[in-house]
Write a protein of this length. Structure first.
Length: 145
């Protein structure tokens, strides 16, 4: 069991229940949830947690669709962009981490908000980098009945 996914699921369900209530709707029929690739959620745990926490709420029985958004990093100095694989390589090199094979979790999973302080642009070497996509979870669509 992953407590992180349960905490995220609780926030999702609470937000959706409040949204439904604020709109005067009695039921949510469909929800689309977009999560960033860098978050490395265990999707099975997250899905089960949302379904479990939805019991007895307007979200119970709704179709829940999860979509992964690619994580993109950008250098603010030169404009270069790169993906999560390159970011993990840069962070692992900065932290002197060697991958241990199957089951290895990148430090990026545990500290995504520190990514910009642990990397330098692979093109120009600038430390002024940031994650511009794929660093969060959000509800992108709600269908109420």
């Amino acid at each position: 069991m992953s407590l992180h996914e349960w905490a995220v699921a609780d926030a999702i369900v609470s937000s959706l229940v409040n949204f439904c209530s604020s709109r005067g709707a009695s039921r949510i029929l469909k929800v689309e949830i977009v999560y960033g690739e860098a978050m490395e959620y265990n999707l099975e745990v997250l899905r089960d947690a949302v379904e479990y926490l939805s019991k007895g709420t307007p979200l119970e029985g709704a179709e829940i669709v999860f979509k992964e958004e690619k994580s993109i990093f950008r250098c603010n100095a030169c404009g270069a962009k790169w993906d999560i694989a390159e970011a993990e390589r840069l962070i692992n090199r900065a932290l002197k981490v060697e991958e241990e094979g199957e089951g290895f979790e990148s430090p990026l999973h545990f500290i995504p908000e520190l990514a910009s302080s642990l990397m330098r642009c692979p093109k120009c070497g600038s430390p002024d980098v940031e994650m511009v996509e794929g660093d969060s979870v959000r509800v992108s669509k709600v269908v109420m009945g």
